[in-house]
Structure formats: C-alpha cells, structure tokens
Design a protein around this ligand. Structure first.
Ligand code: CBF
Length: 829
C-alpha cells in the first residue's frame, strides 16, 4: 500500500513507529517540541497563543501524515477525481474540526491539561479564515469536508487571498470596514508548496504557426505571473482519508514584464511586480455585483490557469491518451466565476496538446458540471469583450468559436428566432459587448445544477428558460446541505452528547439520517428536561458573549431570536426591524396587566453589508438607533432587548446558532436560491420563522408545517403583488412604524428618508408592506408556542430530528453519483 519509503522506514523502525502516536506522552512531547523548535519559545515559558501555535503544528503533522497516505493511495488506485473550483471558501477555524475528524480531540485535551492548558481556551486563539463572502463560500467549505468524510478522491482549488473578507467594525452604529490581516501571525493550517508553481500568462498577442504542416495558434503573453500552491489538508471524519484544498498565491515571475527590464526601467518593473502580487491580494467584498472588473478577471483566470495546469500535469503523470481524460477528471464549476476554465481547457487541448477542435470539444463536453447559486440575472458574471480580448486574447477567440458553432447549431434547431438566438448567445450585443459566462458554462457543461428544488424550477422557468427548453436533460438540482461535524459536533458539544446518548450511538455523525430516531422521544419528559438544559447551557454561553461584547445583560428567560446573514434588501433585515418597532410600540401602549403577558425577547441581528451597498448600511444603522432607544427605555426593561453582533463570521456563528431559540429567514419568496444558515439552526433544534423560499420549502416537508412559523406571499403570488404598485394595500401598523422612522422617533430622520421611500408609494420591490401583517401574525404564533414549554421543546426536537436531509453528506453523495460519476476511494489503514 505505502510504497518503498514506508516499507524501508517500517523495516528500520517497526510499523507502529512509522505513524505519529496519540498517547499523552507522545502528544505532549510533540507539542513541546513545536514550542521549542517551530515557535522558537522556551518550553519552560510560553503563553496561550504560543501553546495554540504548537498545538496546531502537532495536529498539522497528523494531517500531513494522513494526507500523504491518502495521496499515495489515490495515486495507486488512479480513480476518477473531482476537481472542485471555487473562488470562495469560508473555512473558519480549523483546530477543533481537525482534532474531531482525526479522532484525537480528547487525547489532545488530556495531554494539554497535564501541561496546564485548556483545549477550549487555546482553540479561542485561532483566527477565522474568511476567504469568502457568505452562503456560497461556507457551502464550499462544508462540501470539502463531506468529500473527505465520504472518501471521495477530490481536490478543491481556490485563491489564497492575502486579505480575507473585511472586518466589520461598528462606530456610532455605522459599519466601517477594516482589512482582515489574517496571515499576520502565520497560518499553521497551510503548507506552502514552493516547488509547485505554474506560470500564468496575461495580455499579449496570438499568432499563427505551422507545425508538421498543421496550423496552430500561439499565444505570446505580455505579462507572466507565478502561481504558488498552498495546501490546506481537509480531514474526513471516521476515515483516514484526508484531501486537500489547494489555494494559489500570486508571485512575480522571473520572466515578469521583460519589457520593463529591457528598457532598464527598474522602478516600473518593481511596481509591476507588486501588481503581480495584487492578483491574490483581496477578496471582493460583494457577493451580488462586482467591481474592479480587470482585477477580478485576472483573479479568475489566475486561479483557473494554475488549477488546469495542475490537473493536466496530474493526468499526464499516469496517462498518455487524452481520450481517457473524461474517465479520470470531473470538473465542478462553483458558480460562474470559474467558467473561464472551459476556455482554458480548450486552449490547452488545442494549442498545447494539439488535439484538434472536434476531439478537444468532445472532451470538454464530458467533463464539466456547473452549479449556479443565484436567482438574480444581475449576479451572473459578464465580461466586457474588450477587456477579455486585451487580457486573454486567445480565450476570446476560443469563446467566439464555441459561440459560432453553438449559434449555427441552434439555428438548425429553433430556426431564425433572432430574439431567442440573441438571448442564448454567449456574446451579449449592446453599447458594451459582453461575454455571458453563465451561457458559456451552460453550453459546455453536461449538467446544470440548482441548489434547491425551488431554485431549479426558477432556473427552468425564468433565468435559463431558453436553455431548459433546448436541453431539459441538463437541468437538475442538489439541495444544499451543511456538515453536522462542524455545525453540531464542534459547535454544540452538549447537544452532540445528548443526541448520542438518546440514539445510543455516535453513528449519526457519519449517517445523519439516524437523527430521525429522535422522533420516538419527541414527547419524552426526561429528554425534554435534558434538551432544555442543553439549550440553557448554550444560551448562557451566548449571553456571556453578548455581555462581554456590548456590556448588555440579557435575560435567559427571554426568547433568543436570531437573524444572522449578509445584510441585503432581499433578505429583509428591514422587515425584522419594522417588526421590532411594532412590538415596541405595542408594549408602550399596553397597560401593566397586558405587559405581564408579553413574551420577553432578545432580538439579535448580525451580518455584514457590502462596503458599497448604501441601503444595507442604512439598515445596520437603523437597527442601532432603534436599539439605542429601546434598550435605554426603562419602561421596557427585559421585555425587549436588541443586540447587534459585529463581524459575524464562522466562529461567531458556532456560538450564536446553538444559543438561538428562534431564527428568522425572511427573504422575499423567489429570491433566496437555497439558504444554508437555516439548516444549521434546524440541526441545532432552533425553530424557524420563515417565508416559503429556497430550501425552506423542502424543510417544511421534512419537519411538517406545524413545526415552523411560516408567513408571507408565496413565489407565484409575488409578481401580481408587485404589479399593484402604489395600489397595493398595506396594513396600518406598517404605515405607522414607517412613519415613526420618517418623523425622527429614532433620530437621523433625513438619513433614513431614502430607506423609507424605498418601501412606500409603490416602490416596495421586496414587498415588506405586503408581507407585514402575516409576519406579525407569525411572530405572535411564535410567542404563543414559546410560553408552552412542552410544545416548544417537542417542536425543537422534531426540527433536529427532521434535519437529516440538510447534511452536505447527502448533497455530495448525490453529486458524486448523479453528476460527477466518482466512487469512494478509501485509504485502508
Ligand atoms: O448555494 C449557497 C448559497 O449561495 C448564495 O449565498 C450565493 O452567494 N449566491 C445564495 O444567496 C444562497 O441562497 C445559497 O444558499
């Protein structure tokens, strides 16, 4: 199994000595060695952060060991591999997840405690790796973990941004953005592979050359940059398999900007070298629309080119004939950002491997699958033709050729329906000519996936209707999922232990369908007591965090009502705030007797607004001014408290989600492709208040309508409501709360005018007014259920019991079987 090296090592040292050991003495020795030799501190004097670094390196050693074994195994078996290309991965912290998946958490905790350190305290020293914006990026991270756990031979590719997603700082209620220097203290979870580098080319010209009487295109670049691999091992749970997320960093090439050196312009040359590094500098902080078009395009091509070279190098190590490529390679395009991969593979097969168009095209059509994560046409990447032609001249030619062939064939199929031909063409005509990357991806992929059933319906009937009518067989969906290892085992250890106790097994950690067994105990009073106790422990943890962060003391008897996600008009945090104002207004107008019946709430909102998104920033400010008023109103006391969680990220989510009683998912129906945070809340037994949007529709099927608070217009009702414009009837309570903002009840009257204008007078695109009455009703239903502890606890148990479908294990299994055609390849040791 393990080849020459290990055979020799085994003969010299004996089998057991070949592997790193996990007994307390060995672990302590490893940690202390790393303190002394890696961190370079004395083993007699080191602090928590240094202990964390040494601990992380000791864990990393074990990851590397398993990863090597996995690679050797994969190389021997030579299975078809999945290459998962995504510009965003929101990995969060690695320590806890790694030790749990390696099965050494308790061993490390014991070893540390004997050294005088607490595992949990050290785990808090780790910063988050925030190389993504939101749902799509965290989904990629969950999917990588599931791929490892299910033993699939896969590699993830992305960019190693030097600055991750901005840090959100709130000053006077306004969001400010600060750079995320996440690499400042080093990153023990990555391995710099300085020997794995590829040259990536940009600009230049394309010439014709003749080789063996055949004409070939030759791209002479104007700029070259090196891509250096940084590998991040991803361990599976309950398996030795450890796969890798390979992130590319840009470094100047020695051959970089030959012209500047030739003319002796040293300063220009240095500036240009910095330009090279800027390619992997920053993550674009907007997940809906993109700025900085050229740098964005450079980023996309940079990671695509390096990844394709790596994939082809690996293939050629074991194969000579490219006709075998589709049997060994599945390429997954995670959204439109990596779509250039298609043109790049065509270019390599044509210009470097000289396969000829038909053969290359045949291969390309068999290897790509594409998943889109949006319902909004505005979020689909388009590249101005001029820009593409200047940065990647050969790719533009190839895309034109693909488009020419496609349109010619299309004409044969649909005739001269010019409107439709124009809509389906990869090239968008207009004042600015654009390349539609989604069209390229659909045309060249064998499968187009949506991320929930509803999303897929919307793709078929709206966004990609023309393509669906042409190729219905290409369109599928794989409802998103999240990994229970991160979202229960790591983030909610008390619930994890409780579930294992009642199910009598830990097998649900790999086979989440077993959670359904909790249904049998949904009315069991003993489980109820323990379930409530777990929630209390988590609420205490969250309340302590809130107090430490904001100084606000919140009552544990209150319902912890959480709304955490990127701030966006369609996600309707504004609706939540209007609902809070309405609640406040009602309490203020109640007599003492009625006040006693009010269910106390702690309303928690967290999330970042894209820096250039003015409305989203106003929503954050509005929450703060309303909080200021309500939190300081002695008349209100504990009946209503508002908390904003700044800089919401993966590790904060791990704390917030288990402590939530209720979570809100308020997108206007038809706008959320799937939604994944709802899945994390559901697994943790948190009740949902939601619209029938994205994957919520499938959740209703799994847990039953009685166990979720639903409200608002359904997808099919939205267009008619929008059409009504100013004639749309909105409830008086809605007008009243908007008036309170307009009239300056919370201050900043002029600042919020544009916000109010956007939801009144026929401008209410996201239908806050139309949904308001039903939202308030759903909130009242939640209050009523909360005071009935027995009912609430039963609902909570049923939510967790019914959450099995929303594991990324299920999603990945479906992709593997139905889309990628890959098999598990388990490293058997
Ligand atoms: O599919 C994962 C998530 O992706 C988004 O966050 C995205 O960035 N496009 C969508 O908005 C979510 O609905 C979806 O769950």
């Amino acid at each position: 199994e393990f080849g020459e090296g290990k055979g020799k090592a085994e003969r010299i040292f004996g089998l057991m000595d070949v592997f790193l050991k996990n007994d307390p003495i060995s672990l302590q020795k490893d940690i202390l060695d790393h303190v002394e030799f890696t961190v370079a501190k004395s083993r007699f004097s080191f602090d928590d952060f240094e202990a964390y670094q040494a601990l992380a390196h000791s864990v990393r050693d074990r990851l590397i060991e398993r990863w090597h074994d996995t690679q050797i195994h994969f190389s021997k078996k030579d299975p078809k591999r999945l290459y998962f290309l995504s510009l965003e991965f929101l990995m969060g912290r690695s320590l806890s997840n790694s030790v749990i998946n390696l099965g050494v958490r308790d061993q490390f905790a014991d070893a540390l405690s004997q050294l005088g350190f607490e595992f949990e305290v050290l785990a808090e020293q780790e910063g988050d790796a925030c190389l993504g914006n939101g749902g799509l990026a965290r989904l990629s991270a969950c999917q990588m973990e599931s791929l490892a756990t299910l033993d699939y031979p896969a590699i993830g590719y992305g960019l190693r941004y030097q600055y991750g997603l901005f840090r959100q700082v709130i000053l006077d209620g306004f969001q400010h953005e600060q750079p995320d220097y996440w690499l400042n203290f080093g990153n023990p979870w990555e391995i710099a592979r300085i020997h794995i580098t590829y040259t990536v080319k940009f600009y230049g010209t394309v010439t014709d050359e003749v080789l063996n009487k055949e004409k070939y295109k030759v791209w002479v670049p104007g700029e070259m940059v090196e891509a250096v691999a940084y590998d991040n091992p991803i361990p599976g749970y309950g398996t030795r398999n450890t796969i890798v997320l390979r992130l590319w960093a840009a470094k100047p090439s020695d051959q970089h900007n030959m012209e500047a050196y030739n003319t002796g312009d040293y300063v220009d040359a240095v500036v240009n070298r910095q330009r090279a590094e800027s390619i992997s500098s920053i993550l674009y902080p907007d997940d809906r629309s993109y700025q900085g078009k050229e740098l964005q395009l450079k980023q996309q091509y940079f990671f695509v080119s390096a990844s394709v070279q790596d994939i082809i190098r690996r293939f050629k190590d074991a194969h000579k004939n490219f006709d075998e490529f589709p049997e060994k390679v599945a390429l997954q395009l995670n959204d439109t950002h990596p779509s250039l991969t298609i043109a790049e593979v065509m270019r390599v097969l044509l210009d470097e491997e000289h396969l000829g168009w038909n053969r290359a095209w045949d291969i390309v059509c068999k290897i790509f699958s594409f998943t889109t994560h949006t319902v909004s046409p505005d979020s689909l990447v388009k590249i101005p033709v001029d820009l593409l032609g200047s940065l990647l001249p050969r790719h533009l030619q190839i895309i034109y050729d693909i488009n020419f062939n496609f349109v010619e064939n299309l004409k044969k199929m649909i005739g001269l329906d010019y409107d439709r031909l124009a809509r389906m063409s990869i090239v968008e005509e207009g004042a600015v000519k654009n390349i539609r990357m989604a069209n390229l991806a659909i045309i060249c992929s064998h499968t187009v996936n949506g991320v929930s059933r509803l999303h897929s319906e919307l793709l078929k009937t709206k966004l990609f209707k023309d393509f669906y009518e042409l190729w219905p067989h290409k369109f599928h969906y794989k409802t998103n999922g999240v990994t229970q290892r991160r979202w229960i085992v790591v983030s909610n250890p008390s619930l994890c232990a409780l579930i294992s106790k009642w199910l009598g097994t830990e097998a649900w950690i790999r086979d989440i369908d077993l959670l359904i067994g909790l249904r049998d105990y949904a009315t069991n009073s003993e489980l109820h007591q323990e379930w409530k106790m777990v929630k209390k422990v988590n609420k205490i943890r969250l309340a302590e965090y809130i107090e430490a962060m904001s100084g606000l003391k919140v009552s544990l008897d209150a319902m912890f009502d959480v709304h955490t996600k990127r701030v966006h008009e369609y996600k309707r945090q504004l609706l939540n705030i209007l609902g809070i104002i309405h609640r406040y207004d009602c309490i203020k107008n109640m007599n003492k007797n009625d006040r006693r019946k009010v269910v106390p709430r702690v309303c928690i909102i967290g999330g970042k607004a894209a820096p250039g998104y003015e409305m989203a920033k106003k929503i954050i400010k509005l929450f703060h001014v309303v909080a200021e008023k309500i939190n300081n109103d002695n008349d209100i006391g504990d009946l209503l408290k508002l908390v904003f969680i700044p800089d919401y990220n993966v590790s904060v989510a791990e704390l917030v989600i288990p402590g939530a009683d209720l979570s809100q998912h308020l997108s206007t129906a038809g706008h959320e492709a799937s939604g994944t945070s709802s899945m994390k809340f559901l697994m943790n037994g948190c009740l949902l208040l939601a619209t029938e949007d994205g994957s919520t529709i499938e959740m209703i099927e799994e847990i039953g309508r009685d166990n979720i608070f639903l409200f608002g217009a359904a997808v099919h009702e939205v267009p008619a409501l929008r059409k009504k414009g100013p004639a749309l009837k909105v409830p008086l309570q809605f007008l009243r709360v908007v008036r309170m903002i307009r009239e300056g009840h919370f201050g900043f009257k002029d600042y919020f005018k544009s916000l109010c204008d956007k939801i009144e007078g026929g401008n209410d695109y996201f239908l806050l007014g139309a949904d308001f009455a039903s939202y308030i009703e759903a909130q009242a239903a939640a209050d009523k259920a909360f005071v009935d502890e027995e009912r609430w606890t039963k609902m909570s148990i049923l939510c967790a019991a019914g959450s099995g479908k929303f594991s990324s294990d299920r999603t990945i299994q479906e992709y593997a079987e139905k889309t990628w055609g890959i098999q598990p390849c388990r490293c058997a040791f």
